[in-house]
Design a protein around this ligand. Structure first.
Ligand code: ZN
Length: 484
């Protein structure tokens, strides 16, 4: 397997740290609202990556995706009398922690439901940790960073000293940071910030009135508060997978500050690197524009399902673009994805039909398989893989293949479907069309009339059948009604 590693800015040969086992950590959702389709692209990319590591790489995979259930936004929206509070969360109480839990559990469940609809299976995860379950581990890490001299306390909060760090270690491994704009001693409290604002970031935020908090004593100072966003992933990644792990994934906007800060914290606190590979998916645009609520092109999965879209087509469409390219989500594109997906499905069905052909050449099938595997092994080149499938289907229509060849082709499609998961590897199901009883009755009367040689009556009844959308296929012993 080869992957583009943002640390080296090159496509590198992938070799896991522990032979045979790949450890992947994906930054999961912040559960303050429904995930939008752009978020889902990141989760689908990680899902495909972990499947490719199993199916093509042959590795066993430990895949972790965290759930951020505490940050600025979850606290803001769960605050007493927040306009974002919904009755579905339950009743608000005077306990901010309880309110936070109610809001985040609701959206976490919605998230799990969404990803399962999109084919991301719960059983594929090694763990899905919730940040609030790892506060003691975060406090241990903060204490380490503080003891190592890279953190300081100010107004009850604890900050990471970026200036000191930069003087000793590289900060900006993933993303070119403009150090001219780092203002020594300036501090950032918010979880997300622009690159112009690179400065000391918060590890632990001092308790504010009516906000959830946890007890913490550091250097004999009582510092009630709550974790900053970046420290969460450092602590969970270390505790669950061990550092360094093999691959860290996320959407491109997580390179900075989130992952840069994660790298700095983990090195400063644990003395080790975070991950060997950092892999990012590009953004998703809608109809060529950045998705935004104000443009009215902001879609959650539910919005798209309400519009009648098939989740299989959404999955296939998003996976059809290479993860490192911007995906332009359009309704036309979904239609094309559907056509392509169903064309492949039809071919799979056709391969289940017995053929009278005894053409046995297997080399073409072997090439098909190795080309496909190579395209995925080459930095998950999904568009190339789909192109290979179409070229093969065009060159070798199913009815030109022998039974042996069809069997082998089906094995390859089965492998491909373990990655894409949008097809049924089975014979075509006979669709039992429900024919209304009154139509059946007309059919029976027509058949009787015909048997009794009442041809005019039979013809009239045939017209009635046609008006109802059916035609009668007659044989010597009976008739069969077929939809027009
Ligand atoms: Zn993260």
């Amino acid at each position: 397997m080869k992957l583009y590693n943002t640390l080296s800015k090159t496509v590198e040969q992938f070799t896991p740290i522990n032979p045979g086992e790949v450890r992947i950590y994906s930054c999961g959702p912040t559960v303050y609202n429904y995930a939008h389709i752009g978020n889902h692209r990141a989760f689908l990319f990680a899902d495909f990556l972990h499947r490719a590591m199993r199916i093509i790489g042959g590795y066993s995979v430990k895949w972790v995706m965290n759930i951020t259930d505490i940050d600025d936004k979850t606290i803001r929206d769960s605050a007493l009398n927040s306009p974002e509070w919904k009755v579905e969360f339950g009743k608000q109480t005077n306990d901010p922690k309880e309110n936070l839990k109610k809001l985040t559990s609701f959206y976490a469940q919605e998230f799990l439901q969404d990803i399962s609809v999109l084919g991301i299976k719960k059983e594929h995860f090694f763990a899905m940790p919730y940040a609030t379950d790892y506060i003691p581990q975060m406090l241990d890490l903060i204490e380490n960073i503080y003891k190592n001299g890279y953190a300081y306390i100010s107004n009850g909060s604890i900050y990471f000293n970026v200036g000191l760090w930069v003087s000793k270690e590289k900060y900006g491994k993933l993303f070119a940071i403009d150090f001219d704009n780092i203002i020594s001693g300036s501090r950032i409290d918010s979880d997300e910030y622009a690159k112009e604002q690179a400065s000391d970031f918060v590890l632990w935020k001092a308790k504010k009135d009516d906000e959830p908090f946890w007890d913490f004593t550091l250097d004999n100072q009582y510092l009630p508060g709550r974790p900053g966003w970046h420290i969460e992933c450092s602590a969970m990644g270390n505790h669950i997978l061990g550092l360094p792990f093999d691959i860290h994934t996320g959407a491109v906007d997580l390179r900075f500050p989130h992952h840069e800060d994660e790298i700095a914290q983990s090195k400063a606190g644990y003395g080790v690197d975070t991950s060997t590979f950092f892999c990012y998916n590009e953004f998703l645009e809608v109809e060529g524009k950045k998705m935004s609520k104000s443009l009215g092109n902001f879609y959650t999965l539910k919005d798209l399902l309400h519009k009648g879209l098939d989740p299989l087509d959404i999955r296939f469409s998003l996976l059809s673009t290479h993860y490192a390219s911007v995906h332009n989500f359009t309704f036309f594109g979904i239609e094309s994805a559907k056509k392509a997906r169903l064309r492949i499905q039809e071919y799979i069905h056709e391969c289940f039909e017995l053929s009278g052909n005894d053409f046995h050449e297997i080399a073409i099938i072997d090439t098909f398989e190795s080309d496909l595997k190579e395209s995925i092994a080459d930095d998950l080149h999904t568009p190339k893989a789909i192109e290979i499938v179409f070229t093969f289907m065009k060159s070798y229509p199913a009815n030109t293949l022998s039974n042996i060849q069809k069997n082998n082709v089906l094995t390859i499609f089965d492998m491909l479907n373990q990655l894409f998961d949008v097809w049924k590897i089975s014979p075509k199901e006979k669709v039992e069309l429900a024919i209304p009883e009154y139509v059946l009755e007309i059919g029976r009367q027509r058949w009787e009339a015909k048997k009794n040689r009442e041809f005019q009556k039979a013809d009239e009844l045939r017209d009635v059948l046609l008006q109802n959308g059916f035609t009668s296929k007659d044989s010597k012993d009976g008739f069969e009604l077929l939809p027009l």
